[in-house]
Ligand binder design. Sequence first.
Ligand SMILES: *Cc1c(COP(=O)(O)O)cnc(C)c1O
Length: 398
Amino acid sequence: MHTPIYLDNAATTKTAPEVVEKMLPYFTENYGNPSSIYGLGGKAKKAVDEARETIAKNLGAKTQEIYFTAGGSESDNWALQATARAYGEKGKHIITSAIEHHAILHTCRELERQGFEITYLPVDENGLVSPAAVEEAIREDTILISIMFANNEIGTIQPIAEIGAIAKKHQVLFHTDAVQVFGQIPINVEEMHIDMLSASGHKLNGPKGIGFLYIRQGVKIRSFIQGGQQERGRRAGTENVPGIVGIGCATARAFSIMEAKTKQEITLREYLIDRILTEIPYSRLNGARENRLPNNVNISFEFIEGESLLILLDGKGICASSGSACTSGSLDPSHVLLAIGLPHEKAHGSLRLTLSEENTKEEMDYVVDNLKQIVDRLRSMSPLYEDFLKKETKKAKN
Ligand SMILES: *Cc1c(COP(=O)(O)O)cnc(C)c1O
């Protein structure tokens, strides 16, 4: 088996070789500043325009509605903070969900400190936001609804078109964090009534440090970074030309392989889920089975610490991620897993495997075979599991 087996594509993806190749000349030969008058600058400007067109076309948007940023986090911060500033006179209420990425949630906390009121909608056991609950939460002073398109931990895809229609009906702006979705699933900002949308290059086999915010024409939104007139005066700073070329190329690539990639990932995902759930006792799937990102598997194993699981999987050359934030220095389990109703101990024992089109069935078998052994081994050392077994035998005797 060729290792590492990379199963953490929700965290980041490999930059596709053709993307790198397309970027390289923009470091070395066509390094001009797109704002310059001479031909070298013109070449860079043309490349930036082309990338913008590719992205707009694949979203059903206009080219002038795409603004390049330094990634998903910046796009999320910009959408929320600038809307709050531009529409704060009109109202101070924002609706979001409890399972957003921290780029949204922490920005919301900051806005609360500035006097905004945020409604964090709960989700059901599958991680779904109810469109009816969104509608009920709308008030006179609601200026923005921000609901993620699909969740990065459990893969649940939200009913975005329905939520968009509700936002439109009530004339409230609608932003969606589509970082996990752009390039994976078709999106049409017109049909889905999306006013703002965040995406990031490194989640779709493009480079890191580049993303974009789609802003519907007519939405009043201030500049996030002050300076020059780049990005129609709304996002200053000399363009990250190689990055922009990269995200443009990654977008074209993602949409051209989307159908085949989705089909393959779903086949492997279902195979992986079925094998794990049938062969490893006391395991459960987190997130919706149907409305789910093609490449996401998230499983909780009772009586296990996610961190130990990750370390032992790494020992077998398997790159995965857990549902708890322990690795980042906090002992809190994932806010997403808690929001879908998992008790702390189950949330701690969860594992996220996110696939790519490069994974194979052979790799899935290798992963499950090792996972079974590792789970067994960890449980054999767990006092919780021992207690549980004792209780079970007692029950059986009675
Ligand atoms: C990765 C991710 C982000 C952050 O994007 P960066 O480009 O890494 O800043 C935001 N939202 C979601 C849902 C993500 O998965």
